[in-house]
Design a protein around this ligand. Structure first.
Ligand SMILES: *Cc1c(COP(=O)(O)O)cnc(C)c1O
Length: 233
């Protein structure tokens, strides 16, 4: 048996606490109880941490790097059935074939060249992960995502010309701003485009996100504890 991942993080307990908090937030927003999926973000934590969550019955996970997911998930997918794996980090075009093969959902379709490459790979492989389009709601230069003003056209291109299975929109609000404004903007863009899913809300703001209609909250730290320092890659 591997040693426990950390001495202080009880992943199973964190998951139950979190589920209860999410349930309360969903009820508080008068939304149906099954309307929010918890995507457990296991990035930079070892496979053993993901295993603890799997053993606790959780099945929906997210990673932000394709290579890390390739190293970690094929074995876990073999050992546990019905795992649903989400890519929540930015996708480089040279990783598109790996990503389309491994992930069930891609949250970060953020530019036409990438969208086109994903569409080509889907046609080639026959594997069609659900897609979210990332919107840079804070218009931050360092952040990925289509700008709000360009969102309608890009969504139209992805669904029309490229025939991508677009499920919804995703955003990461700026660190130092009130997230609700960004959640409201994302919801507005989704509604006017007839998109039903909203990937928004992290450990610090998922309850707010649920009030604003999040269907997928992406939570890492509140489940797995603080992340080890990022290794150079
Ligand atoms: C790391 C990450 C998360 C999880 O963040 P926490 O604050 O640890 O919950 C969510 N979404 C994305 C895109 C991330 O990269």
């Amino acid at each position: 048996m591997a040693a426990p991942v950390t001495t202080e993080t009880n992943i199973s307990e964190n998951l139950s606490t979190l589920s209860a908090t999410i349930e309360a937030a969903v009820a508080g927003a008068s939304r149906p109880s099954d309307s929010v999926s918890l995507v457990a973000i296991s990035k930079s934590h070892p496979a053993a941490a993901a295993r603890e969550a799997l053993d606790a019955g959780h099945r929906i996970f997210g990673e932000n790097r394709v290579q890390e997911a390739i190293d970690k998930w094929p074995a876990l997918k073999t050992d546990y059935t019905e795992v649903e794996l989400h890519l929540v980090g930015s996708l480089q075009r040279n990783k598109v074939n790996n990503a389309v093969g491994l992930f069930d959902v891609i949250h970060t379709i953020d530019r036409p060249k990438l969208a086109r490459a994903v569409a080509v790979e889907m046609d080639k492989s026959g594997h069609r992960p659900q897609c979210f389009i990332q919107v840079n709601t804070g218009e931050e230069p360092q952040k990925s995502g289509v700008l709000p003003t360009g969102a309608d056209a890009f969504i139209g291109q992805c669904r029309g010309e490229l025939n991508l299975p677009v499920q919804g929109l995703m955003c990461i609000p700026p660190q130092d701003e009130e997230p609700s404004l960004h959640f409201a903007l994302l919801r507005e863009i989704a509604m006017r485009n007839g998109l039903k899913s909203l990937s928004m809300g992290m450990s610090g703001d998922f309850e707010t996100a649920i009030r604003f209609g999040a269907t997928h909250v992406r939570v890492g730290t509140a489940i797995f504890g603080p992340r080890p320092p990022i290794k150079a890659s």
